[in-house]
Write a protein that binds this ligand. Structure first.
Ligand SMILES: [Fe+2]
Ligand SMILES: [Fe+2]
Length: 153
């Protein structure tokens, strides 16, 4: 068993309580994204082929869009000061993901697979553990009913 970056075991991301952003719905989103990422990595390792891999990629893309919308609604309702910057980061990440997917479909080479796997690993970890963690205190202190915010998106 090897562990290179926080929360990574044998090249896969493993959820732990210190990844919690203090909102169970958003934590569940992050767990689903982590699962999709691990499925993607496993499909590459097993040489499942471009169509299986791309199907997982699309799940990752769709769920990322869904999650970002939920997270943005909560950050806004809770008056998080870094809202604008965070939304901008989400936009950049969505573009990077779509660009990676387009490049992959055009040329699913082993080098590109490695590049995309490394990008997804570092993106998910740095975003959840650093960027998302920054709104945790504000969301907790806001006293907002997070479930009703999400129910009204
Ligand atoms: Fe997030
Ligand atoms: Fe985020």
């Amino acid at each position: 068993m090897t562990s290179t970056i926080a929360g990574t075991i044998d090249g896969k991301v493993v959820w732990s309580d210190d990844m919690s952003v203090g909102c169970s719905a958003l934590d569940d989103d992050h767990k689903i994204l982590i699962q999709a990422l691990n499925d993607f990595i496993e499909a590459l390792e097993n040489d499942e082929g471009v169509f299986v891999t791309d199907g997982i990629f699309m799940v990752l893309l769709d769920y990322t869009n869904f999650h970002f919308a939920r997270e943005e609604a909560i950050m806004k309702a809770c008056g998080y000061a870094g809202f604008e910057d965070h939304v901008k980061t989400h936009g950049e990440l969505k573009e990077q993901l779509m660009d990676a997917r387009t490049r992959y479909m055009r040329n699913p080479s082993p080098d590109l697979e490695d590049e995309i796997r490394d990008f997804l690993l570092s993106w998910l970890q740095s975003h959840i553990l650093v960027r998302d963690m920054d709104y945790k205190g504000r969301v907790a202190a806001s006293g907002q009913d997070l479930d009703s915010i999400l129910a009204n998106i």
